[in-house]
Design a protein. Structure first.
Length: 362
């Protein structure tokens, strides 16, 4: 509700009616001159400005009434009565005050009776009051519309955040399950490696605690987390796993979704290393491309079966794609494809922050 105790409504009212008085004075002066008369400029200005400033006093209350007693479906009788009474009261007060003011300054036409002057001024003020009330309703309706929009935006943001938390909560147990499964596999044939892998997992989980509650972290933090994950995989695969990392150093401070790389690398290891008895390679790169950060993870495996690329998306990759859509919408890209001659590629495109894009342009 509009508060009459604040200075802003009075300041806006003063400014608007001052502009009205300026244009009204200019119009009145030009009209009188065009009729062949010689108006006194000071009197024209004094008359119009005095008249406008009486409306300065009543405009904030009019807006307060329009805000407090707005019309709505099924609720119009009481507002109609209040608005009618308010318009009549405002018209009466402004007309009476202006007549008294003009008499005090000697501007009143004494040849016309007080009743006629009051009726004439009242009929002139009534449409002005109705127009001001209508403007007040338009402003009040727009304010309510903007408030509903803001509430809707807040609800959408809360829903998106909740969906992101659900997606991430699915990724973390999925990763932990796979890591523990690898430890269990090693425990039977290589207890020492299983013990080392368990300690590496503990380190990895400690690092992951730094990202709790954060949907985005810097690329450097994400790479540190990935490095701990890769240590676990190297313990599992020994010399069969080779990692090539190529990252643009300018991108290290750019925010990326947390735990975005691990599912990509896990997918590459599953297709490029685990399914083959020979050694394999996983290449990880991050570079700037057309205002985005292009991330690629490529493995040297056999790829997925023809026509089953979409079906090969596990929990990690499905959630990665969903998180990109939630965070960046159509500005992001997710592509999983086979490479001619063997291997599989996952390519992501994440929009760079505006400042980074501007630096690239220069």
């Amino acid at each position: 509700m509009l508060s009459l105790r604040r200075w802003q409504p009075w300041a806006v009212s003063f400014l608007c009616w001052t502009l009205y008085a300026i244009f009204d004075s200019a119009g009145s002066y030009a009209l009188i001159r065009s009729a062949g008369e010689h108006p006194v400029l000071q009197r024209v200005i004094g008359w119009n400005f005095s008249y406008a400033y009486f409306w300065v006093l009543v405009t904030p209350p009019i807006f307060a009434i329009a805000t407090r007693y707005g019309f709505s479906r099924g609720r119009w009788k009481k507002p109609l009565v209040v608005h009618t009474a308010a318009c009549l009261a405002v018209t009466t007060v402004v007309s009476w005050l202006f007549i008294r003011w003009s008499m005090l300054l000697g501007w009143a036409d004494l040849s016309t009776s007080l009743r006629v002057r009051f009726l004439d001024l009242g009929l002139e003020n009534l449409p002005r009051c109705v127009a001001t009330m209508g403007l007040a309703h338009a402003v009040a309706y727009y304010a309510r519309y903007r408030e509903r929009e803001m509430q809707s935006s807040r609800l959408e943001a809360s829903l998106a955040q909740a969906q992101l938390e659900i997606l991430r909560s699915q990724v973390e147990p999925h990763f932990l399950f796979n890591a523990l499964n690898s430890i269990a596999t090693l425990a039977r044939r290589d207890p020492a490696s299983a013990e080392r892998m368990t300690l590496q997992l503990a380190v990895l989980l400690r690092v992951s605690l730094d990202c709790v509650g954060s949907q985005e972290v810097s690329l450097q933090q994400e790479l540190e987390f990935l490095q701990n994950y890769l240590e676990i995989q190297k313990t599992r695969f020994h010399d069969r796993l080779t990692i090539h990392l190529k990252v643009d150093s300018d991108l290290l401070s750019v925010p990326v979704p947390s735990l975005i790389l691990q599912p990509l690398v896990e997918n590459a290891i599953r297709h490029g290393i685990a399914q083959s008895a020979t050694a394999g390679c996983v290449e990880i790169s991050a570079a700037k491309h057309n205002g985005t950060m292009a991330i690629e993870v490529v493995d040297s495996g056999a790829g997925t079966s023809q026509g089953s690329v979409e079906k090969s998306l596990g929990v990690g990759l499905r959630n990665t794609r969903a998180r990109l859509q939630q965070l960046y919408g159509s500005r992001s890209e997710f592509v999983l494809e086979n490479i001619p001659g063997g291997g599989c590629r996952v390519r992501l495109a994440i929009p760079l922050p505006a400042l980074a894009s501007m630096r690239d342009a220069h």
